[in-house]
Write a new protein. Structure first.
Ligand code: 13P
Length: 231
């Protein structure tokens, strides 16, 4: 299993540092699972830890005149080689188009970054039925090299993000099977995953891990989530 925690715009530099150290001492030497944390940009640092730190976003540039963005020069300072691309909050709130997402994908792929590529349908598409959901999800791979060896896909239905209402086991199984038949890559589920539902979600065929927002924010909760899967 891959357990990824996306802090979004939560945590400070100080609280991230204590979280990361606490997480590291709790899991060191114990887990065969893969753990990845995506802290806010202001909290990036060089940590001596046994898991991966990734970045939630970056601009496809080494450096330059891109006010408010960060590029590879800033990531290199901390040895960051893992990036989240295509998260629905960037697509929907920050109006990141598929073309921009593809540009980022190609740029970070050319540098050998591990890419967590997010897809997910809005409620309006879900309400049109599963056929439309599948069509929509496939369209989010337009321009994306699905054969890239460092690609990890995360399916996060937008209506399940931050709502406390995860997709049903049946919905997840069906979409994951469908995606797996097209894309032979690790596939994570995200959207209101928590310590109570990880048991059933984590045991669905085709779920290789989870991308967790709210329930990753407290280290105790994230550890409980990882522990519950083993029970
Ligand atoms: P929640 O776990 O808060 O629903 O967020 C999921 C998510 O968007 C992770 O990227």
């Amino acid at each position: 299993m891959i357990y990824a925690g996306n802090f979004k715009t939560n945590h400070t530099r100080a609280s991230t540092a204590s979280y990361i150290l606490a997480l590291n001492s709790a899991i060191e030497g114990k887990k065969k699972d893969r753990v990845v944390i995506f802290p806010p940009i202001s909290a990036l640092d060089s940590f001596d830890i046994s898991f991966t730190i990734g970045v939630q976003n970056a601009y496809p540039t080494q450096k330059g005149a891109f006010t408010g963005e960060i590029g590879v020069e800033q990531l290199d300072e901390f040895g960051i080689k893992t990036i989240l691309i295509g998260h629905s909050e960037r697509r929907e709130i920050l109006k990141e188009t598929q073309d921009k997402v593809v540009e980022k994908f190609n740029f970070f792929k050319s540098l050998g970054f591990e890419i967590f590529y997010c897809i997910g349908e809005p409620l309006s598409v879900r309400e049109m039925g599963e056929g439309k959901v599948k069509e929509y999800l496939l369209s989010q791979f337009d321009g994306i090299d699905i054969a890239y060896d460092k690609l990890i896909v995360a399916y996060e239905p937008i209506w399940a993000i931050g709502t406390g209402r995860s997709a049903s086991v049946e919905d997840i199984r069906s979409i994951h099977q469908f995606l797996k038949s097209h894309i032979d890559k690790p596939l994570l589920y995200g959207g209101s995953v928590n310590p109570s539902n990880i048991g059933e979600i984590g045991s669905i065929d085709g779920v290789d891990g989870v991308l967790v927002g709210s329930a990753s924010l407290k280290v105790e909760s994230f550890l409980e989530l990882m522990g519950s899967r083993d029970e």
